[in-house]
Design a protein around this ligand. Sequence first.
Ligand SMILES: [Zn+2]
Ligand SMILES: [Zn+2]
Length: 371
Amino acid sequence: MAERVLAAVRTAPSRTELREFPMPDIPDDGALLKVEVAGICGTDVKMYAQPPFAAPVIMGHENIGVIAKAGKTFAARQGVREGMRVFVEHYVGCFQCDWCRAGQYRHCELTDWRTNPQARRFGYTTSDNPYHLWGGFAQYMYLPWNAVLHKLPDTLSPELAGLATPMSNGIEWALFEAGVGYDSTVLIQGPGQQGLSQTVACKQAGASLIIVTGTTRDAARLDMAVKLGADVVIDVATDDPLQRIMDATGGKGVDVVLDCTSGAGTAPVLLGIDALKRRAGTLLIQGELAAFPDFPVKKVTEKAITIKSARGHSFRACELAVRQLASGRFPLDLLATHTFGLPDVDRAIKAIGGSGGAADVIHVSLLPWLE
Ligand SMILES: [Zn+2]
Ligand SMILES: [Zn+2]
């Protein structure tokens, strides 16, 4: 095994440097992952442009790899052995608190960087910490005793395996949070990797009507939504989305609205409130807006709308996501549009994001060993 590990380190806003770290000496209750693929999502775009902390960070929070080395205790506790291929969740819980004991380790204080400066989370924790390798944009990643792993079949391609995180979010948000199931009618706003993953989750769960919205530059993504199971797609820039939704639902509106847009302001939430059925619909929001002037609280109350917020994924959602990807039931490989190597982390993140983002980019995989 190499003595040095190459990693892409975020050293300042929108700035990445390639650095070498010593190969860590892993403890008996730790392990080392040889990173095969790190998925990149909209969160990376935000964290790259406006880092929440100044300390250097190896980003990469959607990580897949092979156990290169495992301490005896780690292997016994985790039920893994060297050579096993795994999907690593980015949460690192304490496994003692109420949330962890309830299986909801994603809400654990130990992994919550928003409230805990000492938090541990892959892709967020600074490389100044012991073992340094706390993110997937590197050849190897350190796995502490409390890493959460999911075994992956060898048959999954790296690019498809890299979709495990958006797919598990799709299952968590649409099915577990918003309750989409048999015969549900659903509006999914935004046809990016997240919206398309929700489309598959809703279709698999039995939704009878799936409507996906996007803008004119999303034309190719809306076509893809149809291939993945959408019944109706709407270009909100050229069409009257509310009218189209009412036409598609016989004037009733939908049971569930999932907001998978980014940087679209208040419009998706306002459309969602109007598009929901007369009573007791569910609106899932991502809440990136700091404020919401003139929020129509009266309408929300009168329609008895339940608002849920999307935050991450549970263990079961990850397991189901892996099975969904392995099933080959949907052409999910369509989503895996771009791959980059370690020297191109900066380009890879910018490919996803905003103004510099190309219209044909859906999911970007960082392959640290790509020549
Ligand atoms: Zn992500
Ligand atoms: Zn905990």
